[in-house]
Every structure is written in C-alpha cells, then in structure tokens.
Design a protein around this ligand. Structure first.
Ligand SMILES: Cc1cc2nc3c(=O)[nH]c(=O)nc-3n(C[C@H](O)[C@H](O)[C@H](O)COP(=O)(O)OP(=O)(O)OC[C@H]3O[C@@H](n4cnc5c(N)ncnc54)[C@H](O)[C@@H]3O)c2cc1C
Length: 463
C-alpha cells in the first residue's frame, strides 16, 4: 500500500510544513535503506518514515498518524528482536536524527536524546571517567533498552539502566510533551521503567552516572562442553562469593559460524565462565584468581582493557543484517542439572547459538521488586537462548531450537521475563512478563495515558 493510496497530497504537504526532519516515502531513493531494522526477519514496508530531528517533529508525526488512522512504530536504535520498530503500511517515527548526549560532570548526570545509541552515551560519559549502566553492544538504542529495563556488565555494581534513570521527556498519545519523574508523575514513571514503550515516545532521558574505568580487567576461561558441570560449579561459586563490582557470566555456545567443525556428537561446542572486574585494579589479580586456577581448560585469558573497548567488543559479532531469535527468563539456581540441559540443547543446535547466564544480585537486588514495572530483579540470574542465521528458509528450524531450548530450561526458571527478550506476543505473554499485579496496574496506566492504544508496536499492554 503506498502513501498516495492512503493520504491526500494536501495533508502530506501540511505535515511537510511543520516537519524539519525528513519524510521518506515508498519509491524514494532512501526508502529501502531507511526501513531496514537490526533483525533481518522484520522486513516490513511502512507507508511513511518520519525521521525526526526535534521534539516538534515527533509531535507533528504522532498527530499526523492519528489523523490518518495509521499504525505508529517508534524507532530508537532499531534493535527490537521482535521487530517492533517497524510496520507494514503505517508510520515509522524514527528518532535516529535525535542522538545528542550532554554530560554534566559536576552533577554526574547525562541528558540523552531518544534516538541515541549506547556507544554515544558510553563515549560522552567516559570523557569524564563516568558511565551509566547499559547493555553490552554499542549499536543498541538507549531508548528501547531503557524503557524495557537495561541489563549489562555494571548491573551488580550500579543496577539496571532503569535504576539510574532520573526522568524521561515523553510525547504522549495526544501529542503533548510531558516530563516524567518520581516528582512529576510517579505512577507513570513506575510504568515507564519496564513497560515504557506502551506510554509514549521518549524524546530525552536523564541518567545518573558513576565513576567507571577507564581501565578494567576481564577474564574468561573456556572448557569443552563435556565439562559443563565444572563450569557451572565455578560460576555458581563466584556468583555467591564475588564482590558486586564483578560482572559474571556463564555461556554455553557453538563455535562461531555454528555447527561443529570437529567430529563427535557434541562437536566443538564450549562452555565458558567470564568476569569483568570493575573494582580497584590492584585487587583484580586476587579477585579473578579462581578463573585462572582451573585444571586443563581449553583456553584461559586475562586481559586489561578499557571500558569503552569492552563495550564495543561484541559490536561486529552482533552486526546488523542477520536473522535472530532469542528468548530469556530468570532463575535462582544454576545447578548441575541446568548445566546438563543447557549443554544438551547447545549440542543439538542447528547453527550459531548460545545459552547465556548473567549473575544478578548486588545493586539489582537493592531495589524493591515492586518499585518499577520491570519484573525479575529478585532472581539470582538471568538466562537467555540466542540463535543467528542468514537464510529465510532456515527461520523455522532456528526459532524452533530457541523455543525448545528455553522449554528444556523452564523447570529451572522463576517467574517473570525481561520484556526486551521476548518475541512471542499476546495478552498471556505480557501478563507472564510482568505478573498479575503489575499487569493490572499497567493496564490502568494504559487506560489513563493511551486509551486508544496508539502505541501498540511493543509487548502490548492493552487498555
Ligand atoms: C545486538 C543486541 C544486543 C542487545 N544487548 C542487550 C543488553 O546487553 N542488555 C539489554 O538489556 N538488552 C539488550 N538487547 C535488547 C535491547 O535492549 C532491545 O532490543 C531494545 O528494545 C533495543 O532498543 P532500540 O532502541 O535499539 O530498539 P527499537 O527497535 O528502536 O525499539 C525497541 C522498542 O522500543 C520502542 N522505542 C524505541 N525508541 C523509543 C522511544 N524513543 N520512545 C518510546 N519507545 C521507543 C519501540 O517502539 C520498540 O517497541 C540487545 C538487543 C540486540 C539486538
């Protein structure tokens, strides 16, 4: 469906007058490159891409879409795994022209526009030796990550991204601009921190920053997959005893490129325990010793690096253009049985896949479970299955693997899911993400702020 079929030229001309950004239509030279999002599965054809450069553009685009009864998809960094930031036949309100980051080093606060990427926030804050806890891939959008929660390497030390969010400027469903914070609208601020995509378009965020780096130490020890229990025992012990300034991960994975390169039923799948040390560098050797005391690992690496380099370390591996599925959950006990199940699932994966755990606790556990819409901080660990592939014909096998892998781990998981890593949709799914009580509270908020469900390209809380 082309825009010409759905809109009269006069109304588009009127939008053009108010709009300082770019309006991109089917047939325009830039249309195909502009409609691409990170997950290649989401190959959609919007009727209009409104690339905004200022708040007034966002307001004009929301009003225009509503007047013409067009679906709105909001795009920050374009990394929605479910493809929520694009749509067929509607308007993509694209904030990639709004990426300014300003840091106030004295107050340790960053103001970040709604289309900024993590790497921009990281870079601007590190100019002053500061950082906000965000995710682990630099090209992810700050907006989608924050509105869902924001997990990453600093979470045990400084909490999730939402735990450091001070305020959000939001364009609401009726095209108004609101400043939302604990002082200005505490109930909406509660909902924005975990279910934020439902309530409006965030044009700017304010974050609390912390002194971080610039130098950090990482350690990784890799075992063949047959030693899954050894790796789980090490990870378990570390997550109970390591200081909160250490990030800890356990990762079951096929080799890069997927299927086994060496013969044998389990090919060259591996299991690794990783840590990042954000404490005083003079304590790094002591704190990371357990990782390099292991008997006959495949490899063992301790590396001094910078926070900025670490934050971009996975950018190429997670580059745009591949097809991707993931599913996450929370759990309390990374037991031997869980390690066996994860190793079995990785061994039968159809391609490049992994099952990863991140330790929570620390600062994430210092905030009350009901303080925000986000659900899952009470669990000791996060777990997620991820799989990449290239050919459309392989969608079914790869998605089926991801679902089966998480089904196999389900007996070990606790309640709640991280909204940003669930692709499946429906009322029951959304209710399971937040739990019954929070779901009902979110519905009341949705009825108050977006009764017509204008913002529905998300894990949708229906009014
Ligand atoms: C490679 C990769 C790495 C990741 N790593 C991490 C990680 O380390 N930690 C973590 O917690 N998560 C991680 N994620 C998940 C990530 O947080 C989500 O995919 C997030 O939604 C991406 O945000 P975005 O702005 O890039 O996405 P988009 O696709 O632009 O948007 C995602 C959702 O947010 C909404 N949205 C976007 N911008 C705005 C806005 N300004 N106002 C209102 N709504 C908006 C969209 O409508 C959509 O529903 C990762 C995802 C990928 C693909």
């Amino acid at each position: 469906m082309s825009i010409a079929q759905t809109l009269d030229v006069a109304s588009l001309g009127k939008l053009q007058k108010d709009f300082r950004g770019q309006l991109i239509l089917p047939g325009d030279r830039q249309y195909d490159s502009s409609r691409v999002v990170w997950n290649a599965i989401a190959d959609r054809h919007p009727a209009l891409i409104a690339r905004c450069t200022r708040v007034e553009d966002v307001i004009a685009a929301v009003r225009f879409a509503r007047e013409h009864d067009l679906v709105i998809a909001v795009r920050g960094g374009g990394h929605s795994v479910a493809g929520f930031s694009t749509c067929d036949g509607g308007v993509v309100i694209d904030l990639s022209g709004m990426r300014a980051v300003t840091v106030d080093p004295a107050r340790r606060i960053a103001r970040v526009e709604g289309g900024a990427l993590l790497e921009q926030l990281d870079r601007a804050a590190q100019e002053y030796g500061l950082a906000c806890p965000v995710g682990v891939v630099g090209h992810t959008g700050v907006a989608g990550l924050t509105l869902g929660g924001g997990m990453g390497r600093l979470q045990r030390k400084h909490g999730y991204t939402i735990d450091n969010l001070l305020s959000v400027d939001v364009v609401t469903a009726d095209g108004a601009l609101e400043h939302v914070s604990d002082d200005d609208d505490p109930e909406l601020f509660w909902g924005m921190r975990g279910a934020g995509a439902n309530f409006g378009i965030a044009t700017a965020f304010e974050f609390r920053l912390h002194p971080v780096g610039p130098n950090v130490t990482t350690a990784v020890v890799v075992f063949p997959i047959d030693r899954a229990r050894d790796a789980a025992a090490l990870y378990r012990d570390l997550s109970r005893s390591a200081p909160d300034y250490m990030h800890l991960a356990l990762n079951f994975a096929t080799a890069p490129g997927g299927r086994a390169a060496t013969p044998g039923p389990r090919g060259n799948a591996t299991v690794a325990v990783g840590a990042v040390h954000f404490g005083d560098s003079k304590d790094a050797e002591r704190d990371l010793r357990r990782l390099h005391d292991q008997i006959e690992p495949l490899t063992e690496t301790v590396r001094a690096t910078t926070y900025l380099a670490l934050q971009k370390m996975s950018d190429d591996e997670m580059a745009w253009g591949k097809r991707f599925y993931m599913k996450g959950a929370f759990l309390d006990d990374p037991s031997d049985t869980l390690a066996d199940r994860a190793a079995e699932q990785v061994a039968v994966a159809p391609g490049e896949c992994s099952i990863g755990l991140w330790a929570q606790g620390g600062a994430t556990a210092n905030v009350a479970a009901d303080a925000m819409a986000f659900t899952g901080r009470g669990a000791a660990h996060w777990v997620g299955a991820e799989v990449f592939w290239v050919e459309k014909e392989q969608d079914r096998d790869h998605i089926a693997w991801g679902r089966a892998a998480m089904l196999a781990l389900k007996p070990h998981t606790t309640a709640g899911n991280y909204v940003n890593d669930i692709v499946e949709q429906g009322d029951d799914i959304v209710r399971a993400i937040y739990g019954d009580r929070k779901y009902e509270r979110l519905r009341a908020l949705k009825r108050a702020h977006d009764p017509d469900n204008v913002f529905r390209m998300n894990q949708n809380v229906r009014p």
